[in-house]
Ligand binder design. Structure first.
Ligand code: NAI
Length: 330
């Protein structure tokens, strides 16, 4: 089983090489470049490609992969909104993913963003480094006894519910399929969640139905001074509407690990570039916004789990023993 890895960084290579000895039948090659129409042809001679959150696994790429003999796409992530599943199905290409490598890693990052941006840690850190010990502009709010509204209570959302519960918050949630294990959570409809939450954290996958779930209309339904956190997918929020909402002082704070125009930025050092879009710069210009670069998953535990499950997925495919939960189907 030969696998070509796209969009790899040192930490990916290190964690996959650590688990490789358990899988003697697998050979791996790593590319720094991401999967795209231009790079898909490099997969000639490989049984599988391994792609990530910003990879282009659209129809054209799938067709090139099919032509080069690739039978399997291994997503080393949970989300698969960047994969054209219809095209994969038509081309007989199986798509496997890592559905739950470490939900706590992402949920803890969501809470880290919420806390940091609420307490203006990003500003306090810079100020003190400049010998500015003034507290002006750093006032936050308590989370204790406030209401957390969690959108999507799958693995990550459930972990976020538990964290918020631990903070002494009232936890309400909206999900198409309520999670019965969360007996401390009150399920409400989406409008009620918007109207009652002091902290809203998004944990549902991006689908055709919820693209731009957060827009001018839904922002208007939120409480004033709400804190919004998105660690799920950028397309859940219509950024222009969010910026208008921030300008109108609707939000106390906003923490984003994902945002709409992240694709060219994610995991790249672009400090010498003139960026082609201004959305990121505009978001960063606000004192009550923190943006991180899709790093919610980035813990030692999560990387180890991603590597193990991805290579096990490859072996399961080879042996015809695919686990239903890891299979991404139309
Ligand atoms: P999951 O599949 O366990 O849970 C998703 C939940 O969302 C399910 O309970 C589902 O019923 C619910 N849902 C689906 N559509 C919905 C909608 N329109 N409104 C409300 N709820 C809806 O997924 P998991 O593992 O919790 O991951 C959630 C998302 O987090 C992923 O799809 C991915 O986009 C994102 N993610 C981000 C990472 C990061 O590094 N920032 C890392 C891993 C995942």
């Amino acid at each position: 089983m030969k696998i070509l890895f796209y969009d790899t960084k040192k930490y990916d290579k290190d964690s996959f090489e650590k688990v490789l000895p358990q899988y003697p039948e697998i050979e791996m090659d790593f590319l720094e470049t991401d999967l795209s129409v231009h790079t898909a042809r490099l997969a000639k001679g490989y049984d599988a490609v391994c792609a990530f959150v910003s990879s282009d696994v659209g129809e054209q790429v799938i067709r090139v992969l099919e032509a080069k003999g690739v039978k399997l796409v291994l997503m080393r992530c949970a989300g698969y909104n960047n994969v054209d599943l219809d095209a994969a199905h038509e081309c007989g290409i199986t798509v496997l993913r890592v559905p739950g490598y470490s939900p706590e890693a992402v949920a803890e990052h969501a809470m880290a963003l919420a806390l940091a941006v609420n307490r203006r840690i990003h500003k306090g850190y810079i100020k003190v480094r400049e010998n500015n010990f003034s507290l002006v502009g750093l006032t936050g709010v308590n989370f204790y006894k406030k209401t957390a509204g969690i959108v999507g209570t799958g693995k990550i959302g459930a972990a976020m519910c538990r964290i918020c519960h631990g903070f002494g918050m009232r936890v309400i949630a909206y999900d198409l399929y309520p999670n019965k294990e969360l007996d401390f959570v009150e399920y409400v409809d989406f409008d009620t969640l918007l109207a009652q939450s002091d902290l809203i954290s998004l944990h549902c996958p991006l689908t055709e139905d919820n693209y731009h779930l957060i827009n001018t209309e839904t922002i208007q339904k939120m409480k004033d001074e709400v804190i919004l956190v998105n660690t799920s997918r950028g397309g859940l929020i219509k950024t222009e509407d969010l910026i208008a909402g921030i300008r109108s002082k609707k939000f106390f704070a906003v923490g984003l690990d994902v945002y709409e125009e992240e694709t060219n930025n994610v995991f790249e050092n672009r400090e010498d570039d003139i960026l082609e879009n201004s959305t990121t710069a505009r978001l960063l210009s606000f004192p009550n916004v923190i943006v991180t670069s899709h790093q919610g998953f980035l813990t030692e535990e999560a990387l180890a789990s991603i590597s193990e499950t991805t290579l096990q997925n490859a072996m399961d495919f080879k042996n015809g023993e695919i686990k239903e939960i890891n299979l991404v189907s139309r």
